[in-house]
Design a protein around this ligand. Sequence first.
Ligand code: COA
Length: 389
Amino acid sequence: MSEAGIDRIGFATTSLFLDMRDLAKSRGVDPEKYTVGIGQAEQSVAPSSQDSVTLAAAAARDAMKGEDPGEVDMILMGTESGVDASRAGAVYVKELLGLPDRVRCVELKQACYGATAALSWALDYVSMRPRRKVLAIGSDIARYGLNTPGEATQGAGAVALLCSADPKILKVEEDREFLTALAADFWRPTYSDCAIVDGHYSTEVYLEFFSRLWKRYKEETGRGAQDFEAFLFHLPFAKMGLKALREVLKEADPDRAEKLRSRFEASAAYGRRVGNIYSGSLYLSLLSLLESSLLEAGSRIALFSYGSGAEAELFSATLQEGYSSFLAPERHLAAINGRRKVGVGEYEHLFSDFLPSSPQDYSCDERYFAGPFRLAGVKGQKRQYEAGM
Ligand code: COA
């Protein structure tokens, strides 16, 4: 039996945010549609100097605070906003972190499911090599386009999971159930920097996949709603997870249902402000839950990962003794609270100031340089990354 799991959780987002009420006003929409109907209060805004690589590196640096970099054997980066169709973003991350050349670096892609695949392979690896560690990262910038329905569900950020065979925070159980079926709910052709999404259909597929997996999970494990202290979901927007949770609430007694409902709120707290971070979103829910509510060691948590296209996984994890002393709520809240608010005009300008999809050189706007790592620009078709001053 594997004891492997998550040792540390790192997080990063950008230094700017848009208030959803400002966006609603500008789009002629009732603000409550965004804040209540969709469930989002703010979204992080990325200048072109922040991308899936710089965010991944910042989250990984956060996860590695006080850790020995010499123990890390692999960086597995799940992303669907990768910066190159060939080279893995994880290679840049390794360089930015100054990790030794013997580290293996790979990028994984299956929409928002990528980080779960990274986590799964990281756990298998450390189970076989108990003295080694692996960084599994989910990093993305969610872009749907100006004046589109998906605009209200954008965001930017990364979560890095340092995995080990003797985890300090969470042991991941081996009760994993998977499901894959072709669905045209969301995708991004290589010619476009924005996703194509059929949002209502995507919600249908997500809910159907959750239903099928939950049914199978119960049959395989004999567990039910009463066996869990919390349910965590991939949250492209908070309402999506709430719809799936309702299926479980119907099966729980009133006390358990109330507990699961309030823990869902705790799990959605960070995401309501950061927005959709695609592959890292489920793990941002995990971080939000652990850093904003008190759960006892030994508590079992269910995790539902979903990636459009479509693939899903349902599994559970158990909190380790003393786990809370390995979290960093002050640091993570400071990252969210410390962002500068931008108006709709500045957000639209930043959204449109995107790297050219042609061989020309490009310089990122220095006024937006922030965070530990940044993209300075592109020269001779090579991306120029640097550490912040
Ligand atoms: N006050 C409160 N709630 C309101 C409201 C108001 N004034 N106006 C509308 N709402 C509610 C609606 O009833 C609906 O809630 P429900 O889903 O519980 O019924 C919700 O707000 C959204 O309204 P809707 O009309 O469906 O919005 P939309 O057509 O603009 O689309 C999304 C919303 C979420 C589908 C769209 O933003 C989207 O496609 N996002 C991307 C989704 C995605 O990324 N999927 C793939 C990844 S899993």
